[in-house]
Design a protein around this ligand. Structure first.
Ligand SMILES: Cc1cc2nc3c(=O)[nH]c(=O)nc-3n(C[C@H](O)[C@H](O)[C@H](O)COP(=O)(O)OP(=O)(O)OC[C@H]3O[C@@H](n4cnc5c(N)ncnc54)[C@H](O)[C@@H]3O)c2cc1C
Length: 667
C-alpha cells in the first residue's frame, strides 16, 4: 500500500476519517486495514475533473519506453489498449479468445446509458447519479457515479465516431429507451445488439493499433499468473492455448479487464468460458476482492429446463419496457396462459411497485419472481418461471412496432424454447448474471498492488449492491477509454528509467515456476471426474446457499459443502491429454479450481455482512420482503485479502454528500 499512496495521493485527498468496522464473526476471518479510496476531498461532483487535471503526464518522447500489459479485450480492455497504443506506449493485449471481438461484451443486448438528457423527460446528471447510487443501495462510491455520468456524454459520441450504429429517430437524432430502476429514457441502443456493435467498434480500434505496431496481440493466450517485483505488478505469465507454451510478458504496469465471475454459478447468462482466474490470481498475490458476494440475478433469464443444460440465456431487460410480468393468482394453476382470465392473473410487480411497475430494478424484480415461484405460482413444466407477456403491447402498438424493437430477441427466444412469443408469453426466471463485486481499486482504478489496474466488470466501484441496467457497458467504456488512459500514465510517470524485470530475473522465474507447477498439478490428479461436473455441483451449492436470498444457515452449509467439493476435486479430477497441446479440459480444470476457492470467499462475505442491501438479501434482515440495510455498521466496502488460511476484511468507508441516504423505495 505504501507505494500506492506515494504514487496516487494528491494534496486534496480526503482523510479516511474516524471509522471502526464491525468485528469479524465468521470463523477463519479477521479485520484488516481501513482503506483510503483516494477520492479528492470536497464536492464529489467535481472530484473527477480535479483529479484529471492533477494527473502527471508522460512526454510523447518517453512513452515508447514503457510497456503495459492489458489482459482482456472486451469493451474495457480494447479501449485502454487502443488508447494507450494511440498515445505511443508499448502495449501487449492478451485474450483467451481467438479474436478480440469475441470478448463477452458482444453478448450485451439492451443498451448503454448516458446522462445526455436529450429527451424532455426530466433527466440530468444529478438524476443519473441519484438513480445509480440509489439503485446500488448506497454501497458504491458517489464520486464514481459522477465520473460515470460525466464521461457518459463523451462515450456515446466516441463510440459513434468509432462506428457503433446507434438507433436513431426518424429525424436523425439518437434514439433512447428506458431500463429498470429509472423513470427516464437514457439508454442508447443498437436494436438488441448493443454490446456486439460497441465491441466491434472497440476491437476494430484495437486492431488498428495492432497494425500500426503499437499493440502486440496475444490471442488464444490465457493469463495464469502475475509477476510481482518488490511489491509492484511487473507483467504476467501466459499459456498459449494452442501449443501449451508457458511464457512471461514483463511490463511496467498491468491492467486486468477480464470481465465478471457470475459463471461461478455454472448456470449463468455469461459465456461458458468466462472465469475469475486472473482476478483470483491477483488476490492471491496481494490484491483485494471487494463486495465479493454482490451478484446480480437477472430477472429475465430463461429458466433452467434440464439438469444437463450448460447455461442459461438472457432475454434483454429492454423487453420490460413493453412486456408485462405475471403469474396465475392461484398456486399450482396449470392451465395454459391464454386460458387464465385477467381476473385470475397477478401482475405482481405492477401491484407491489406501482410507481416503477415492470421496470423495478433487477434485484427487486428477481426477488419478487423467486417469491412467486417459491409460493407455488411458478409456471412452465418445472414451475420455475413467470410470464413476460406482450399481448397488450401487440394489441396497442402492433406487431411491426414490437418486431422492430425486439425482433431479434423474439427470434432468439423461439430458437431457444420452440415457442413463439408473438403467440404465447415468454417464460423467464432469475439467473446469475453480473458481479457488482470485483477487484478493489482506488479512485485511479489501481488495486492494492501498485501498478496493477482494473477496468470493466472485473472492478467494483460503480454499482454498489445492485447494478442498474445499461450501466455496465458504460462503466467498461468509461474505464477503458477515459479513465485508465490517464491513470496508468500517471503511475508510469514516476517510473521513468526503471527497467522491466529481465527474463531470467527472480520475479519472472518464480511466476513461471508457479504457473508450470499448477498446470502439472491439475494434470497429475488422475481421477475419474471431469471439471465440468465439479463446476455443475458448485453451481448447485451456490444457487442454494448464496443465491437470490441467503441466510446464516444456507451460507454456513454452503461453505462446508464447497470445502468438501474442493477436497474431492483435488482427489478425483480427471484431465486427459497433456499440457503441450490444445487441451480444453485442462483450461476448464484451472478455472474451476479457482472458482472453488472464490466461491468460499463469496459465501464468507455474504455471511459476514449482517444486513440486506440491493442484491445481497439476507433473510434475517428484511422488512416484509424488502431489504433492511444497517447503515450504522455497514456503510463501507468489504475488500477481502488472503493471508495464509485467513480471509482478511479490509474496509473502505463510503460517504454520500449530494445524494442523502434513504430507504430505497420503488412503490
Ligand atoms: C447476456 C448479457 C447481456 C448484457 N447486456 C447488457 C446491456 O444491455 N447493457 C449493459 O450495460 N451491460 C450488459 N451486460 C453486462 C456487460 O455486457 C458486461 O458487464 C461488460 O460487457 C463487460 O465488459 P468487460 O470489458 O469488463 O469484460 P468482457 O467483455 O467480459 O471481456 C473480458 C475479456 O477478458 C479476457 N480474459 C478473461 N480472463 C482472461 C485470462 N485469464 N487470460 C486472458 N484473457 C482473459 C477475455 O478473453 C475477454 O477478452 C450484459 C451481460 C450479459 C452476460
Amino acid at each position: 500500500m505504501s507505494q500506492l499512496r506515494e504514487n496516487a495521493v494528491s494534496d486534496d485527498v480526503a482523510p479516511a476519517g474516524a471509522f471502526t468496522p464491525p468485528g469479524a464473526t465468521v470463523p477463519g476471518t479477521r479485520v484488516g486495514a481501513v482503506l483510503d479510496g483516494l477520492i479528492p476531498a470536497g464536492d464529489p461532483a467535481t472530484a473527477w475533473q480535479r483529479r484529471r487535471a492533477d494527473y502527471r503526464l508522460v512526454s510523447p518522447l518517453n512513452r515508447g519506453k514503457f510497456t503495459v500489459v492489458v489482459v482482456g479485450t472486451g469493451l474495457a480492455g480494447s479501449g485502454v489498449a487502443a488508447a494507450l497504443g494511440e498515445l505511443g506506449y508499448r502495449v501487449h493485449a492478451v485474450t483467451y479468445h481467438d479474436a478480440p471481438r469475441r470478448a463477452h461484451s458482444v453478448a450485451a443486448q439492451g443498451g448503454i446509458n448516458a446522462a445526455r438528457a436529450r429527451a424532455d423527460d426530466g433527466d440530468s446528471l444529478v438524476r443519473f447519479v441519484k438513480d445509480t447510487v440509489k439503485g446500488g443501495d448506497f454501497r458504491s462510491r458517489e464520486a464514481e457515479a459522477f465520473r460515470l455520468g460525466q464521461e457518459s456524454v463523451r462515450v456515446i459520441d466516441h463510440m459513434n465516431a468509432l462506428g457503433a450504429p446507434f438507433a436513431r429517430e426518424y429525424g436523425g437524432t439518437l434514439a433512447t429507451r428506458s431500463f429498470g430502476g429509472v423513470q427516464v429514457s437514457r439508454t442508447y441502443y443498437t436494436r438488441g445488439q448493443t454490446g456486439q456493435q460497441l465491441q466491434i467498434a472497440g476491437s476494430q480500434a484495437l486492431l488498428r493499433q495492432v497494425q500500426r505496431g503499437t499493440v502486440t496481440l496475444h490471442s488464444r493466450s490465457e493469463m495464469l499468473d502475475l509477476i510481482v517485483d518488490d511489491g509492484g505488478a511487473r507483467g504476467v505469465v501466459i499459456r498459449s492455448l494452442v501449443t501449451g507454451e508457458i511464457s512471461a510478458i514483463p511490463a511496467h504496469a498491468v491492467v486486468l479487464a477480464t470481465g465478471g465471475y457470475g459463471s461461478v454459478y455454472f448456470h449463468s447468462t455469461l459465456a461458458l468460458n468466462c472465469n475469475a482466474s486472473a482476478s483470483w490470481r491477483a488476490v492471491q498475490r496481494g490484491a483485494y476482492l471487494a463486495h465479493a458476494s454482490f451478484v446480480q440475478f437477472h430477472p429475465t433469464a430463461l429458466p433452467v429446463s434440464s439438469h444437463w443444460q450448460s447455461k442459461t440465456i438472457l432475454m434483454s431487460e429492454s423487453l420490460r419496457n413493453d412486456g408485462r410480468i405475471w403469474v396465475p393468482a392461484t398456486p399450482g394453476d396449470d392451465r395454459p396462459a391464454a386460458a387464465i382470465p385477467e381476473a385470475e392473473r397477478d401482475y405482481y410487480l405492477e401491484r407491489k411497485y406501482p410507481a416503477f411497475g415492470n421496470l423495478t430494478p433487477r434485484d427487486i424484480a428477481s426477488r419478487a419472481a423467486t417469491e412467486q415461484i417459491n409460493t407455488g405460482h411458478g409456471v412452465g413444466p418445472l414451475h420455475n418461471s413467470v410470464y413476460l407477456d406482450f399481448a397488450d403491447a401487440l394489441d396497442a402498438k402492433g406487431r411491426d412496432v414490437i418486431a422492430e424493437r425486439y425482433g431479434n430477441l423474439f427470434t432468439m427466444y423461439r430458437h431457444a424454447t420452440g415457442e413463439d412469443p408473438y403467440q404465447v408469453p415468454m417464460r423467464i426466471a432469475p439467473g446469475a448474471h453480473f458481479t457488482m463485486g470485483g477487484l478493489w481499486s482506488d479512485f485511479n482504478l489501481m488495486t492494492a498492488i501498485p501498478g496493477l489496474f482494473v477496468g470493466g466488470e472485473a472492478g467494483w466501484s460503480y454499482h454498489g449492491a445492485n447494478r442498474l441496467g445499461a450501466n455496465s457497458l458504460l462503466s467498461a467504456c468509461v474505464d477503458g477509454w477515459f479513465t485508465l488512459p490517464l491513470a496508468v500514465p500517471d503511475y508510469l510517470a514516476g517510473m521513468l528509467g526503471s527497467p522491466v524485470p529481465g527474463p531470467d530475473s527472480a520475479p519472472v522465474t518464480a511466476a513461471l515456476d508457479r504457473a508450470r507447477a499448477r498446470t502439472a498439478a491439475l494434470l497429475e490428479v488422475g481421477g475419474t471426474t471431469g471439471p465440468v461436473e465439479f463446476h455443475r455441483r458448485l453451481g448447485e451449492i451456490m444457487y442454494r446457499g448464496c443465491g437470490v436470498a441467503r441466510s446464516r444457515e444456507s451460507l454456513t452449509a454452503a461453505i462446508t459443502e464447497i470445502r468438501e467439493l474442493r477436497t474431492e476435486f483435488w482427489r478425483d479430477l480427471a484431465v486427459p491429454g497433456s499440457g503441450a497441446q490444445v487441451n480444453q479440459t485442462l483450461e476448464k480444470a484451472g478455472r474451476v479450481a479457482d472458482f472453488l476457492e472464490l466461491a468460499e470467499l463469496m459465501c464468507v462475505d455474504a455471511l459476514d455482512r449482517e444486513e440486506s442491501c440491493g442484491a445481497h438479501f439476507r433473510t434475517e434482515h428484511q422488512d416484509a420482503g424488502e431489504a433492511r440495510r444497517d447503515d450504522a455498521h455497514w456503510t463501507f466496502a468489504s475488500a477481502w485479502g488472503i493471508e495464509g488460511d485467513t480471509f482478511v476484511r479490509h474496509a473502505e468507508p463510503l460517504h454520500f454528500q449530494t445524494i442523502p441516504m434513504a430507504v430505497r423505495s420503488y412503490k
